[in-house]
Design a protein around this ligand. Structure first.
Ligand code: ZN
Length: 215
């Protein structure tokens, strides 16, 4: 039976690496995949992993009908034996419904990869819809670690190294500015205390200054 599978996790948990591995394994068997992504770090129309691998992908736009896109591709004689959707947290809930329809009406497996929750620990709408609709949710546990060594389960947004808990849900990071938006994975304990690697290091250097963030 074809399935809609949601591979979920934090940043840095190896989602895109697994997406590329699935793509590699199936194309090695002569299967052709339709690969969707959105706002990948390598740029438009790319699916990349932190380990440096990259492949071409279809960049999803607002309002794009993913079911219609696959049907159109097939009706023009294109091949698609399965579908990969990376950065699925950035897809609209309606687009997740369209992916479910690809499974049910076209009989294709759909593998969606996404971050579960945002920097405020709230579900991304696309990820919420995937949890609601997926045949299977696989929580990826590729050991992303907090600076303290505990398993990192939460995404933090930082500005100039300081963790923030307010702002737009989606802001793409820029590592070229000192006060730029960045992201860091933390354990829940340190996410709740807003202690990033930078602030923990600063606190350790001045032992008479206690971390005074509210717990
Ligand atoms: Zn920690």
């Amino acid at each position: 039976m074809p399935e809609l599978v949601f591979f979920s996790g934090t940043m840095d948990c190896g989602k895109s690496t697994l997406a590329l591995q699935i793509e590699h394994n199936r194309s090695a068997r002569g299967l052709a995949g339709m690969i969707f992504t959105r706002d990948d770090r390598a740029g438009e129309g790319k699916l990349s992993s932190r380990l440096g691998l990259v492949t071409d992908a279809v960049e999803v736009e607002d309002g794009m009908d993913l079911y219609a896109y696959v049907v159109d591709h097939l009706s023009r004689g294109g091949r698609a034996d399965y579908v990969i959707a990376d950065e699925a947290q950035f897809l609209a809930p309606k687009q997740i419904d369209q992916l479910a329809r690809v499974v049910d009406d076209l009989g294709l497996d759909v593998y969606a990869f996404g971050i579960t929750t945002d920097f405020r620990t709230k579900l991304f709408p696309g990820s919420q819809r995937l949890v609601e609709l997926a045949d299977r949710v696989e929580v990826l546990q590729v050991e992303a670690l907090c600076w303290c060594g505990a398993r990192a389960t939460h995404n933090a947004r930082t500005i100039g190294g300081e963790m923030v808990v307010e702002g737009a849900q989606v802001v793409v990071g820029d590592v070229n500015q000192a006060d730029a938006v960045g992201y860091e994975v933390l354990c829940r304990r340190h996410h709740r205390r807003r202690m990033t690697a930078a602030t923990a290091h600063a606190a350790a250097l001045s032992p008479d200054v206690l971390p005074v963030q509210p717990a």
